[in-house]
Design a protein around this ligand. Structure first.
Ligand code: SAH
Ligand code: ZN
Ligand code: ZN
Ligand code: ZN
Ligand code: ZN
Length: 440
């Protein structure tokens, strides 16, 4: 229970903003619902990015509805995906000297458009290699809370791809993982690479580089396909496992996002997979890697009890906190949650991971098996210690406070408060200000 917002879900009658159907929220205080329920944008946590707001019981006039529809239409991208695909075809026919990319508009330019962008910064001589790695060409939308684009370090991306190939998957539904998609696409354009990927992402800039069979403009907070029924069908087809090509979904959502909204969308994607299934797999779930920080473990398990958290630390390129430092390793809090059998997820021994035969899974080098808990208990990679009073293992920096009757930080104010942070559970700040999420 905490002060903040509670998500009540997506109602079938929900009004829409430019990002698809809005979600229903209610303010909470001390864990209790308080005040009127309202609809707000599903995708944007920053009101500056989308200020859609409507009380649940609000009467909206015909005029306002019409104005809203017009607004939503005018806030769609200037080119359609189809147009972007055609533009790309023309672009690759151009000689290198005429291939320009406008950095301000984040757009490939055709010569007839140069004039319009004449006072914008642009890149020249865009090579085929650059076109194959759009995540390097495009500016990561990291400042906007909404997109929070944190790109995999090459090492982590390569590890994920090798892992899923070794597990026998030949199709990857890449939900918010443009860099993994790009790695698969560029290998597939070379020879003898039997893996295919479909990217679902809200970042429409990617439609400049991929066809409708390779990219769907998608909102993972409300399961909205911007391309309508056709895009839905593309996804459905992709999930249909022809000739034994097994599918896995890999997702790396923005961490500030609402876990319940994500879980609800992922369940819908799982249901799509199930509907396309042939007989004999009645109780199976679509295999999935959900990449997310370890402190969300209990939240994710609430929604997906079949999941477990792997010790592998996912590293990022443009993330000061989460990548390897020059000297030694900075610990990344980001992990892989999966519904596959943990013992099958082989982690690299050259990075210190080892197999625990009792737990039947790979663990980080610092993660000691606790004889009392009978499990490898560390979540953050450091060696944790067992507290007999709490009857569990805790972080090495914690001590048992007799006042609070639990283990906690040395520095803490000795009073029970249940208004802790939604993310890390600690008191003194709200989820938005959580230091465990800070990404400077
Ligand atoms: N590590 C990944 C990128 C993760 S960053 C990689 O390297 O491939 C989060 C991704 O989710 C970004 O690509 C961002 O555009 C996308 N995203 C953010 N909000 C989204 C939403 N509401 N729906 C779908 N995708 C979203
Ligand atoms: Zn919106
Ligand atoms: Zn223990
Ligand atoms: Zn204790
Ligand atoms: Zn916190």
């Amino acid at each position: 229970g905490s002060d903040g917002l509670a998500l009540l879900g997506s109602a079938p009658s929900a009004p829409s903003c430019p990002h698809g159907p809005a979600l229903l929220f209610v303010k909470t205080s001390q864990g209790k619902e308080e005040g009127r329920r309202f609809y707000a944008c599903s995708a944007c946590r920053d009101r500056k990015d989308c200020n859609f707001f409507q009380w649940e019981d609000e009467k909206v006039s015909e005029a306002r509805l019409a104005a809203r529809e017009e607004y939503n239409r005018s806030h769609q991208p200037s080119f359609t995906h189809r147009q972007n695909v055609d533009r790309y075809k023309n672009f690759i026919l151009l000689p290198l000297s005429k291939r320009r990319f406008c950095q301000e508009c984040q757009q490939l330019l055709l010569p007839a458009e140069w004039e319009k962008h004449s006072d914008h910064q642009f890149l020249c001589d865009i090579s085929t290699a650059q076109l194959k790695s759009p995540s390097q060409l495009l500016y990561p939308l990291e400042n906007k809370k909404t997109n929070a684009q944190y790109l995999f370090a090459d090492r982590s991306c390569q590890f994920l791809l090798n892992l899923l190939i070794d597990l026998g998957f030949r199709r990857v539904l890449s939900v918010g993982t443009p860099r993994l998609h790009e790695m698969i696409q560029s290998k597939a354009s070379q020879e003898d690479f039997g893996v295919r990927s479909l990217l679902l992402d809200i970042d429409f800039r990617y439609s400049q580089f991929y066809t409708e069979d390779e990219f769907c403009h998608y909102n993972m907070f409300n399961h909205h396909f911007f391309g309508g029924e056709a895009a839905h069908e593309t996804c459905r087809k992709f999930l249909y496992e022809e000739s034994g090509e097994r599918v896995i979904m890999v997702t790396d959502p923005p961490f500030g996002g609402l876990v319940e909204a994500l879980a609800s969308s992922f369940k819908k994607l799982m249901a799509m997979w199930k509907e396309t299934e042939k007989e004999g797999q009645d109780n199976k779930e679509m295999p999935m890697f959900w990449i997310f920080p370890y402190f969300f473990e209990s939240r994710i398990l609430d929604f997906f009890p079949s999941f477990s958290m792997m010790d592998y630390q996912v590293d990022y390129d443009n993330h000061a906190l989460y990548k390897h430092g020059k000297t030694g390793r900075r610990q990344s809090p980001v992990r892989i949650f999966t519904n596959l059998t943990p013992s099958m997820i082989v982690l690299p021994e050259e990075e210190g991971y080892r197999f625990c035969t009792v737990c039947q899974r790979y663990v980080s080098s610092g993660n000691q098996h606790c004889e009392i808990c009978n499990s490898c208990t560390s979540k953050d990679g450091r060696r944790w210690k067992h507290c007999v009073l709490c009857k569990k293992c805790v972080k090495p920096s914690w001590f048992h406070c007799n006042n609070c009757n639990c283990c906690t930080l040395q520095k803490h104010s000795c009073k029970k408060t249940d208004a802790g942070c939604f993310v890390c559970g600690k008191a003194g700040h709200k989820r938005n200000a959580c230091p465990s999420l800070s990404r400077t």
